[in-house]
Design a protein around this ligand. Sequence first.
Ligand code: UD2
Length: 339
Amino acid sequence: MRFSTNFKPYVLLLVVGIFLLLGYVYFSFFSERLNRPSKPMVRSRVWNMVSPEKLLYKQPSVLVGRTDVVTVTPWLASIIWEGTFDPVLVDNIYKPMNLTIATTVFAVGKYVSFLRDFLETAEMHFMVGFNVRYYVFTDRPQDVPSVNLTQGRHLSVIQVPGSNRWQEISARRMEIIQTTIESQIRREADYIFCLDVDSKFHARWGAESLGRLVAVIHPGYYDQTRANFPYERRPASMAYIPMDEGDYYYGGAMIGGFVEDVYTLTTVCRNRFAVDAGNSIEAAWQEESHLNRYLLYNKPSKVLSPEYLWQDFKAKTKEVKVIRFSGVVKNYAEVRPNV
Ligand code: UD2
């Protein structure tokens, strides 16, 4: 049989054309709602903002909103305040993504006593309905309290050395977070938040806080001019910020974002800290100073208002409608290894 006599090239072209057309129609009109990360094998990619059909929520306005506070930075990152997001809509967009949020917390020495309240209140308010993996770094694993975790939430205890200097404990966090991202977190989570343990959650801290690189405005300095920010001012330090530069003063009690972005941040800050140490310099506020320097030139993609980092000794101010996370009042002489 001679196949070539019946073979019509235009039939083949027609069949290929029909397949291409069907593929185009499928990907144009149906795949929009698949909500896959752009590279499924890699964690921490950008997902589509897919909202479920028929979800009822308040109509957003372009004219009415918060006017008492600034809700966007000059580089167009959102500043998250109560009233700038719809929690129902945000949850419905992010929950189907099945994200895992790593949460690191250091409880070295006597700070282990803050863990129970931190974890119990996190279970009530922090990323509720999401997969959360707590990583507790401590030199006292036997003193880590047993706290009931809801479904989808796990806790690992990682032993770290103690120290007789609080400055060293606080500063070493960058290095330990960096190495733990390398050894396990990058395989286990999409986003990461690194938080201070001597704090409690008081209200929702949810998916509105997710972003590529997330920082929080320190509650002590949000109404100050940059000249009053306690940045590192010595040019010899790698954390140096000149007097006429600076956006906000960010709190060291929270660093967040995609695991890989926080990995880069911790790597850079840890290295700069080491350079300073080699030159016998310790930045004014240790890792917080290096964090502020990093964020000045690597702008955060989302900024959390002081609602996400308050301090219990501070009276609530009129701009702060909700206190979501706040540092407890502590007796430094009692809990720190040195004064
Ligand atoms: C501020 C910052 C904190 C950090 C520090 C300067 C805010 C609100 N707080 O808080 O993030 O930048 O100044 O270094 O921005 N820790 C231990 N054991 C210790 C000491 C510290 O585990 O003995 C850990 C613990 O997780 C604690 C964190 O380090 O939450 C910060 O240390 P801090 O409580 O001494 O810092 P604080 O409250 O002065």
